[in-house]
Write a protein that binds this ligand. Structure first.
Ligand code: ZN
Length: 405
């Protein structure tokens, strides 16, 4: 059991700004976005012309000059502006990291009006603080907060974000006391399923929620409606608002599902083993590549499957992150194990049984074990995790209990 007594936690609450405050928030967002785009432009310019790269520190020095020259930036807290440059730096680093890994990522892009939603005060108390239950932002004033629960620990950063249904504030907190959940003495491994959301090593599947499909259909319709309406028209703008709300709805449903699923796992098990996600290649299941020797007409179906898989993987990442946070806050642990060949190895005897992705059942020719492919992987993840921790794992060869399909 981990000795950790505190954890990190983010609390999000709805803001209730007055119309005048809302205009101020919009203005800050606008300035931040402009700064982001300007800084990006500068980096691209220097990169193309001189092959030089600009560091965030150089840009921060220029920020000072900018603030002196442009009065509209003067009344925005310097920490908020510095955070804009930090974001750009992070995007840039991620971009170059992916280039180094031989991928072909999209170049960091300029942010349009609908693509920049938040700004951050990086040090609580300096530009943003709480006072008698209200959020006080420097140069904007006191904003009313609709509290749903008390904030715990020490607030580190404050982020203001604009969503389809209004403004929100997120407090990122450290040193939040752990609220331990009762120990169950049970451990498991989990694997991302292809048909189900996940499966545990003891064979318990967590289905993908049904509302996903329904919400996705609604999303598609909202998309269509936008594309059918004339650009710049009032009707199109309205349709875009509906679309944004629809997006938000889907995001929230997914988030809720992830939270509920993670909580159930953390309640049931003391340790949960997962496959480590490689940063270079997010997807363990590579996107289908078109065969060079294949001369038949390509209908795009496999490409589409690849796309769906990558969306699925992004969801999985988000889920694992929530799971790790929940476990830390409940005094439980999540351990990542090396992912190599967890779906190929037999969880019964350890023999490697090669199978392509389309083979959904693991059939061992050595020990005769036959079970669902993902379940086999989940068991391997559990054994591997326990072995790595030096626990008396039910290693390959010892796990011979009869397993039904
Ligand atoms: Zn076997």
């Amino acid at each position: 059991m981990s000795e950790q007594t505190t954890c990190h936690k983010t609390y999000q609450e709805k803001l209730q700004p007055t119309p005048a405050q809302e205009r101020e928030l919009e203005r800050v967002l606008w300035r931040c976005r402009t700064l982001y785009n300007t800084a990006l432009e500068q980096r691209i310019f220097l990169w193309r012309r001189r092959g030089a790269s600009t560091s965030r520190y150089q840009q921060e020095a220029e920020l000072k000059a900018l603030r002196a020259e442009l009065p509209e930036y003067e009344d925005i807290h310097s920490h908020v502006l510095q955070d804009v440059l930090t974001r750009l730096e992070k995007t840039y680093q991620a971009f170059f990291r992916r280039v180094q890994h031989g991928e072909k990522p999209g170049f960091p892009r300029f942010h349009g009006k609908d693509r920049y939603h938040s700004f951050t005060s990086k040090a609580y108390g300096n530009g943003a603080r709480l006072e008698n239950g209200a959020l006080v932002l420097s140069k904007i004033g006191r904003l009313a907060v609709r509290w749903s629960r008390p904030v715990g620990g020490t607030i580190k950063t404050v982020t203001i974000s604009k969503a389809a249904d209004g403004w929100y504030v997120s407090f990122s907190c450290a040193e939040v006391p752990v609220e331990p959940l009762p120990l169950t003495g049970k451990e498991t491994g989990i694997d991302m399923g292809l048909k189900v959301f996940l499966i545990t090593a003891d064979g318990q599947p967590v289905e993908n929620p049904r509302h996903y499909r329904k919400a996705e259909r609604a999303l598609k319709q909202a998309h269509l409606r936008v594309s059918r309406r004339k650009k710049g028209s009032h009707r199109r703008r309205k349709a875009m608002q509906v679309l944004a709300k629809q997006h938000q709805h889907v995001r929230r449903q997914r988030r809720d599902f992830h939270h509920t699923t993670a909580l159930a796992l953390v309640r049931a098990y003391d340790t949960i083993y997962v496959e480590a996600i490689q940063p270079a290649n997010v997807s363990r299941r590579p996107a289908p590549k078109q065969d060079e020797h294949c001369t038949s007409v390509h209908n795009g179906a496999s490409q589409k499957a690849g796309l769906n898989t990558s969306i699925h993987d992004a969801g999985w990442r988000h889920f694992l992150w929530i799971l790790a946070c929940k476990a830390a806050c409940a005094g439980k642990r999540v351990d990542a194990v090396p992912p190599a060949s967890t779906s190929q190895d037999c969880s019964g005897c350890g023999e490697r049984i090669y199978k392509s992705l389309s083979v959904r059942t693991h059939v061992c020719t050595t020990c005769g074990l036959m079970l669902d492919r993902d379940l086999n992987a989940a068991r391997n993840i559990l054994w591997r995790g326990q072995r790595l921790r030096g626990l008396p794992a039910l290693a390959g060869g010892l796990n011979r209990e009869p397993v039904g399909l």
